[in-house]
Design a protein around this ligand. Structure first.
Ligand code: CAA
Length: 387
């Protein structure tokens, strides 16, 4: 077993860390307060190759492996989780599925601009009545008589990057009789008629990552923009989430690491009863638990990223690895940010320090791309074979 990173992995980690500390940290609180989409820094991240880390260079990406992606995500999210959300949607939820299932034309048309950061991608699975029960969707795609296009109608909700997305991977029912096998995936160009953006969600955390409803009203999608075969959409959606969950696990590790480091600094400086609060056993106990969970979360996340790289191009799945990484890392991030606020006391509750933002941002990692309850269901189903 080798715990060392390659030169290439260390290079992208350092590049992401330098960029995050120099360009994102100074503006993170301001974008959190305004809820504005940070388009300038997102474009710069694209120029650095951070929007398509695993995308081959021929499609506009950096051509690196999944561990490189996880390391870069951790660095960006340690500075600001909202930037990390935008990055993870472009990288995993948008590019990954098209690279795995798309035609050459689809890769050139859709992956290239998103991987290079010139365009923003989104992933539309959730609907108002179907979150965890993703197969219970209603958005309907009806094929035209000559099979040249689909007419799509219906509403999707909670679409990350929806307010600014240029392209969307969207899942819709093509055969209502077939349940999850009657769902297909489509590549939507948001500049075409029939695509509408609905209300933007006011959120607790990751406030600078824009989230909204989208509605399709007689949107005409060329058959050439169907991703994969008819009826393959649900499996594509699940496979994409396997990749996406590694990104969210990395995000949780990044947030947790920032909260942990702020706390270590604080307990060394802050004095009570005449000595640093880090000398009190109750603080020491918290620091030890925070560090242990942080490291365990990081190891599970990197192991899942490694498993994804190993599985690439073959039939092997890394579903359980990514579900365990997301489950553990997101719960560790909640624990660590909670302890960080508690140890900082009033300062942890104040917007003068970033700790309260870490606490708010951590919560979403237990919810999106499958709640902790869904991750437990996924792990248990695979392990036991029972449903
Ligand atoms: N890879 C490939 N195929 C998979 C798969 C995977 N990871 N998981 C399931 N499948 C296949 C199954 O094998 C099955 O196919 P067969 O019948 O041929 O064997 C088919 O898909 C249906 O699977 P299930 O019967 O297990 O489906 P289900 O309806 O019971 O649901 C679920 C399974 C795990 C609960 C799923 O609905 C799920 O993951 N729900 C959570 C949805 C979610 O994560 N939503 C997040 C939205 S996106 C988001 O949050 C983005 C953002 O904002 C940033």
């Amino acid at each position: 077993m080798n715990f060392e990173f390659t030169d290439e992995q260390l290079m992208i980690q350092a590049a992401a860390r330098d960029f995050a500390q120099e360009r994102i940290v100074p503006v993170a609180a301001q974008f959190d307060a305004s809820g504005e989409f940070p388009i300038d820094t997102v474009r710069e991240m694209g120029e650095l190759g951070l929007m398509g880390i695993e995308v081959p260079a021929i499609y506009g990406g950096a051509g690196m492996d999944s561990v490189s992606y996880a390391l870069a995500m951790i660095e960006i999210c340690a500075a600001d989780a909202a930037h990390g959300t935008i990055m993870s949607v472009n990288n995993s939820l948008f590019c990954h599925g098209i690279l795995s299932h798309g035609t050459e034309q689809q890769k050139q048309q859709f992956v290239r601009p998103v991987a290079s950061g010139e365009a923003i991608g989104a992933y539309a699975l959730t609907e108002p009545q179907s979150g965890s029960d993703a197969a219970n969707m209603r958005v309907r795609a009806v094929a035209s008589g000559d099979g040249s296009e689909y007419v799509i109608n219906g509403k999707k909700s909670w679409i990350t990057s929806g307010p600014v997305a240029d392209y969307v991977v969207l899942f819709a029912v093509t055969d209502p009789e077939q349940g999850s096998k009657g769902i297909s995936a489509f590549l939507i160009d948001t500049s075409e008629p029939g695509f509408h953006r609905g209300k933007t969600e006011p959120k607790l955390g990751i406030r600078a990552s824009a989230t909204c409803e989208i509605e399709l009203e007689d949107y005409r999608c060329p058959a050439a923009c169907r991703l994969g075969g008819e009826g393959e959409g649900f499996k594509i959606a699940m496979g994409v989430l396997d990749a996406g969950r590694i990104g969210i696990a990395s995000q949780a590790v990044g947030i947790a690491r920032a909260a942990y480091q702020a706390t270590v600094d604080y307990v060394c400086e802050r004095k009570a009863f005449g000595r640093p609060i880090g000398t009190f056993q109750m603080t020491q106990s918290k620091i030890a638990d925070m560090k242990t969970r942080l490291q365990a979360a990081e190891l599970l996340t990197l192991k899942a990223a490694w498993a994804k790289t190993k599985a690439e191009g073959g039939d092997r799945r890394y579903t359980v690895d990514s579900a365990m990484a997301k489950l553990f890392a997101s719960e560790a991030a909640m624990f660590i940010t909670h302890q960080a606020v508690q140890i900082h006391g009033g300062m942890g509750y104040s917007k003068e320090m970033p700790v309260e933002r870490y606490f708010r941002d951590a919560k979403i990692t237990e919810i999106y791309e499958g709640t902790s309850e869904i991750q437990r269901m996924v792990i248990s189903r695979v392990e036991t074979g029972l449903r």
